[in-house]
Design a protein around this ligand. Structure first.
Ligand code: ZN
Length: 135
């Protein structure tokens, strides 16, 4: 049993819609109302055109592994029960990249280009994190 709690996200006004979505098990992404492009992480202006006219869409939750690494040494005692685990950058079907964890398979089974879909991990009563599993 870990004596240290896993860190939880601390939402701010710019990221609150994202974290509210994760608690509902919905992957929400910011979309620009001017150029129509989706981006991640949440920002106050569109990184493609500079517009501040942003809205939120619900992503389909599918993507593919862009890159990954296997973590064998926990970054803090709170992560000791998880090792070894995969930290990956996933290319979402909507376009943006999302850094996340891969679960639902052996660390040896993860491959670049592997199709994945979102799953949810309730860290505590206030925070839920997305992770991805093989499709
Ligand atoms: Zn834009």
């Amino acid at each position: 049993m870990s004596e240290e709690q896993r860190p939880v996200p601390i939402p701010d006004p710019g990221t609150a819609p994202y974290w509210e979505g994760t608690r509902e098990h919905r992957l929400k992404l910011p979309k620009c109302e001017d150029c129509g492009k989706v981006h991640f992480y949440p920002r106050s202006v569109c990184p493609h055109c500079g517009s501040a006219r942003l809205t939120w869409i619900e992503a389909c939750g599918r993507g593919s592994v862009y890159s990954f690494t296997v973590v064998h040494r926990p970054p803090s005692p709170a992560f000791k029960p998880l090792v070894p685990y995969v930290v990956a950058v996933v290319t979402l079907d909507e376009g943006p990249h999302l850094m996340t964890r891969i679960g639902g398979c052996s660390t040896d089974d993860v491959r670049i280009g592997m199709p994945v879909q979102v799953a949810w991990e309730d860290i505590d009563s206030t925070a839920t994190l997305p992770y991805f599993i093989p499709q």
